[in-house]
Unconditional design. Structure first.
Length: 269
């Protein structure tokens, strides 16, 4: 299965974070055995995900699996939990008994909630025992419902966030830029964004590199490609590249290849 081209969410159960954490956590999720049996044929399958710069916890509730992050392969044991930044392509190889509890942060969310800069996570697969208490990880692995796991994790993260609830100027600035970029139809370049935020291009580049780990031009390119490709896959008949700031379909096709390494013709229905 390939993210965006395939609906990888159909084999998971999802829950959103509470309002206090919603700006920093995109979702909690857990593998669904019923959905996996329904949609996945055969004993083994893989899920390929493209760069998003969204720190993600993978807590393993099931069998061992292999994960590729960039060009490095990692074998994850049954009792091993990891953090991946997703700054490059990530692919997990699984079996139908795959069972993962996931926490996906927005860019900068890991730092806002736990005080951990995502720049330290670039190109790494990090053991979660270095970040979260062992007791919490053990409790999450107990035979609980998805809702109970979400409550356990959310309560821990909320408590951590409350201890850090000072205003983070850098993080707030980056979030405001992302919101403005989306509201403007993804048409603004870095200089235009800097003008709207009343700062210099040098300042906006410094803020994005500090919070996200790459310049705004690169991050906005990823955000636009992900958003446009999702719209294309879901609504091919009405899709127009101009809605996302592309010059024409050729420009869009080229960006898809740059972003995913795949041609649209490879995933034609």
């Amino acid at each position: 299965m390939v993210e965006i081209f395939d609906n990888i969410r159909k084999i998971y159960t999802f829950s959103t974070a509470c309002p206090e954490l919603a700006d920093h956590i995109e979702f909690f999720s857990e593998s669904s055995f019923e959905a996996t049996r329904k949609y996945i044929a055969g004993e083994h399958f893989s899920i390929k995900m493209f760069p998003s710069w969204t720190p993600t916890f993978y807590i393993n509730l099931g069998e061992p699996y292999i994960i590729m992050s960039g060009n490095k392969q990692h074998f994850v044991q049954a009792d091993q939990d990891i953090l991946v930044l997703r700054n490059s392509n990530v692919e997990r190889y699984n079996t139908p008994s795959d069972n993962i509890f996931t926490v996906k942060f927005h860019p900068g969310g890991l730092e806002a909630v736990l005080g951990i800069s995502q720049l330290k996570c670039v190109d790494q697969v990090i053991g979660l025992q270095k970040i979260l208490p062992n007791k919490l990880l053990r409790d999450i692995r107990r035979p609980l419902s998805f809702e109970e796991r979400c409550l356990l994790m959310q309560q821990y993260l909320l408590n951590a966030f409350k201890h850090r609830r000072q205003e983070d100027h850098y993080l707030r600035f980056v979030h405001d830029c992302i919101d403005r970029y989306e509201a403007a139809g993804m048409l603004l370049n870095t200089s235009q964004m800097a003008e709207k935020m009343f700062v210099s291009s040098k300042t906006i580049n410094r803020y994005f590199n500090r919070v996200v780990g790459l310049p705004p031009k690169n991050y906005f390119s990823i955000l636009r490609a992900r958003t446009a490709l999702t719209a294309y896959v879901n609504h091919k008949q009405t899709f127009t590249p101009y809605d996302f700031g592309y010059y024409d379909m050729s420009h869009f096709y080229k960006e898809v290849v740059n972003f995913t390494g795949n041609k649209l013709t490879e995933h034609a229905a």
